[in-house]
Design a protein around this ligand. Structure first.
Ligand SMILES: Cc1cc2nc3c(=O)[nH]c(=O)nc-3n(C[C@H](O)[C@H](O)[C@H](O)COP(=O)(O)O)c2cc1C
Length: 338
């Protein structure tokens, strides 16, 4: 309760938003603020740079990169649903070689303006992941690798993400192959019975940071054609519809795995407004990523920053870390005084 009473003093002293620090330290990865892009929703930065001031982001997260280029699935591969969006892109990407030659220089220029660089890596085998992740981590501008072990849109994309033993082995081998100061983020799938099992396996394997959640497997139906609206049949559901599910999962993983192990969480799933971002912070996330909302307003992560500052100032908190995980759940005892 010490935090709450400090906050109360600051609040009554009229803490102003400009005195609030949004800086976060994710396992040694220092970000000017917690806001980042969610993988796959803004390419490799150049596609997105004309629409938002990327220098204001805490970090930029790339589309998933695989060892070889991938065309992805047939169209339609995105459909809108009420409160969300289903995608079955199928990991379409330029492949490792083109990424290193053409995309990395763009990311290096962006990094000079401020944001940290996180490269998302996907694969189909231990070897795929190891080769791509270790090669990318040799690039000094890459601050962290995010392992996508949770893509629901490729035939074997969930094998690692849903099997704790395999996941632990994969994380251990990739961690050993990375540049020592390159952070390893493991992105968890929500398509499991108990997400604390896979979170625990990732941490035991050596993950420095957990990110959660990827999309939920779903289906949309054209009732007149009596066919699925996505050519792939099923896809991954994202956007506001999944936020309560994602917040509950962050809260569960924070309490059962991440907090005891001292491993930070990057929370995502339907963040569109600053209030959504706060829900994830209170549930236990220290970093925040925005995906689907970028299709509505590419500046969403930047707009959210002002709301976060005002919220913290109103509570009397000088730094973001003061609220992380401060959610009180039924059975926890008295709530804080704000
Ligand atoms: C069109 C689209 C493409 C995506 N591609 C990837 C990807 O390549 N790799 C990955 O790890 N996640 C991918 N995701 C998942 C997002 O990074 C994020 O985990 C998910 O959409 C939940 O966040 P949101 O509700 O803010 O979109 C994709 C999501 C969308 C909507």
């Amino acid at each position: 309760m010490k935090k709450a009473s400090t906050a109360a003093v600051n609040a009554s002293a009229g803490l102003t938003a400009d005195k609030v620090s949004l800086a976060v330290d994710l396992a040694g990865l220092h970000l000017a603020n917690p806001m980042m892009t969610a993988s796959g929703t803004c390419g490799y930065a150049d596609e997105y740079a004309d629409f938002a001031d990327l220098s204001k982001l805490g970090a930029f997260v790339t589309k998933s990169i695989t060892l070889k280029p991938r065309k992805g699935n047939e169209a339609y591969r995105i459909v809108e649903t009420r409160g969300g969006m289903l995608n079955a892109i199928g990991l379409a990407n330029v492949g490792l070689d083109v990424f290193l030659a053409d995309k990395l220089p763009v990311l290096a220029r962006m990094k000079a303006a401020g944001p940290r660089i996180i490269v998302n890596v996907a694969g189909h085998s231990f070897d795929d992941y190891l080769q791509a992740a270790s090669r990318i981590s040799r690039e000094a501008i890459v601050d962290a690798i995010e392992l996508n072990v949770s893509c629901p849109n490729v035939s074997d994309g969930l094998t690692f993400g849903t099997n704790p033993d395999l996941l632990k082995q994969l994380v251990r081998r990739v961690r050993d192959a990375l540049r020592p100061d390159c952070r390893l983020i493991v992105k968890l799938s929500p398509n499991v019975t108990d997400i604390t099992q896979t979170a625990g396996a990732a941490v035991e394997g050596g993950a420095n940071i957990l990110s959660m959640v990827n999309t939920f497997t779903g289906m949309a139906v054209d009732i007149w054609k009596r066919k699925t609206r996505l050519a792939n049949g099923t896809g991954g559901l994202s956007g506001p519809a999944i936020r309560p599910l994602a917040v509950a999962m962050v809260s569960k993983v924070y309490r059962a795995v991440a907090k005891p192990a001292g491993v930070p969480i990057i929370g995502m799933g339907g963040i569109q407004y600053w209030q959504d971002a706060v829900e994830f912070l209170l549930a236990g996330a220290s970093g925040l990523a925005v995906g689907t909302a970028l299709f509505v307003d590419p500046a969403t992560p930047i707009t959210i920053l002002a709301g976060l500052r005002d919220y913290l100032a109103t509570l009397g908190c000088r730094s973001l870390s003061e609220v992380v995980g401060s959610l009180s759940l039924p059975g926890d005892g008295p709530a804080c005084d704000q």
